[in-house]
Ligand binder design. Structure first.
Ligand code: NAD
Ligand code: WQD
Length: 338
């Protein structure tokens, strides 16, 4: 299939590209490199031993989108592009709504203009908000608790309405839980700007010596050891879910939201131990207060993904930590040092 990949240079996009190219699918990447570097795409090309075009541009720019659609004539879109930092979204909500929501509308309009009818969208488990029950299934009420999460919620609704307005369109809204890990080669991985917000990149930077210790955000939650529990999903499994989703979208019409997780949870301290095992390095921890907005537990119901996509997660947390360490130890400064 010819697939336009927005945000393809980012963490999840680059891992998905690799699998798309190996299938092989034809891809065009559209990215403004606001949170990534062309180096990631160079490495994807090397790993896949395949070439593809890159269109530097913003999804809010309809003219740029027209150029890309005209030149490449994509049959489907995988839409990763957007801003993703929960904390920043409280500071600059309008930027989040502009890039994420208006950007997605521009993309859908371009798809409409160029008769492209299939889309797979990066949504997030953050759309659920506070758990009324666990695990979260796709019928759980949606009540996101931060502007970032609300952008994902609104985009989901917009895509649902767009699909409903047409006979022949399909959208798969993939609700990722906590993506971690890296390609086994250690050549591509997560390379956050500045101090990482997320647990596993933070632990990795402690293990490699860039940061002194991990601040554990609370040990008084109602979990096995008092620290927050999350459903971590290996980025390779997540990338495979996109391949399954794009094939599903090509075969059906309509809109489906689908969780992507393992259905198993790990606490902060369990992740620290797994990382110490994987890296052979100590990860010093300081227990501190809870982080605002955090919840005790997030856990995915995964039967819908198995039923509709024939997809299951295969990696455990040891594999997630091993591959993260592989990447971090080979690239202590991320892509910068290349
Ligand atoms: P990332 O920041 O690494 O990748 C996003 C990519 O999109 C970057 O390459 C960035 O340069 C590009 N981009 C951003 N705004 C753009 C714009 N307006 N026009 C064109 N390109 C733009 O993030 P990621 O972790 O790979 O996440 C990919 C998607 O998955 C995002 O939509 C994110 O919200 C979603 N998601 C991520 C997580 C996670 O924990 N990583 C969890 C759930 C959902
Ligand atoms: C995991 C656990 C923290 C950092 C976020 C977004 C969510 C989605 C995935 C995009 C929690 C604890 C963390 C640290 C810690 N992204 N922690 N010390 O908050 O579950 O989800 O990323 O859609 O929308 O909210 O992930 O990795 O930040 O935290 O103790 O330095 O680790 O309290 O229990 P989170 P996370």
């Amino acid at each position: 299939m010819r697939i336009l990949v927005t945000g393809g240079a980012g963490y999840i996009g680059s891992h998905t590209l690799l699998q798309l190219l190996r299938k092989p699918h034809e891809v065009l990447v559209l990215d403004n490199f606001s949170n990534s570097t062309p180096e990631a795409l160079k490495r994807v090309k090397q790993l896949a031993n395949a070439d593809f075009e890159i269109c530097e541009g913003d999804i809010q720019d309809g003219t740029r989108l027209d150029t890309a659609f005209r030149a490449f004539r994509p049959e489907a879109v995988i839409h990763f592009a957007g801003l993703k930092a929960v904390g920043d979204s409280h500071e600059t909500p309008l930027e989040y709504y502009a890039q994420n929501v208006s950007g997605s509308i521009e993309l859908l309009k371009a798809m409409q203009r160029h008769d492209c009818r299939r889309i797979v969208f990066s949504s997030s488990a953050t759309v659920y908000g506070e758990a009324r029950y666990l695990p979260f299934d796709e019928h759980h009420p949606l009540q996101p608790t931060n502007p970032y999460g609300r952008t994902k919620y609104f985009i989901e609704e917009i895509m649902r309405d767009w699909v409903a307005s047409r006979q022949d369109a399909s959208a798969v809204l993939l609700r990722y839980f906590n993506p971690v890990g890296a390609d086994a080669s250690g050549r591509i991985g997560e390379d956050p700007n500045g101090i990482p917000n997320n647990l596993v990149p933070y632990i990795a930077q402690v293990a490699v010596g860039r940061l002194q210790h991990l601040n554990v955000f609370g040990d008084d939650y109602d979990t096995r050891d008092g620290t927050g529990e999350r459903d971590y999903i290996h980025v390779d499994d997540l990338a495979r879910a996109h391949l399954a989703a794009i094939e599903f979208a090509a075969a059906v019409t309509g809109c489906e939201a689908i969780n992507v997780g393992t259905g198993r949870g790990a606490t902060v301290l369990e992740m620290v131990k797994a990382f110490e095992r994987a890296s052979g390095r100590a990860v010093p921890c300081k227990i501190g207060p809870r982080r605002d907005g955090d919840v005790a537990r997030m856990l995915a119901a995964v039967d819908k993904a198995a039923r509709l996509l024939g997809w299951n997660a295969t990696h455990d947390i040891d594999s997630m930590c091993r591959t993260t360490w592989n990447w971090q130890s080979a690239n202590p400064q991320g892509y910068l040092q290349a």
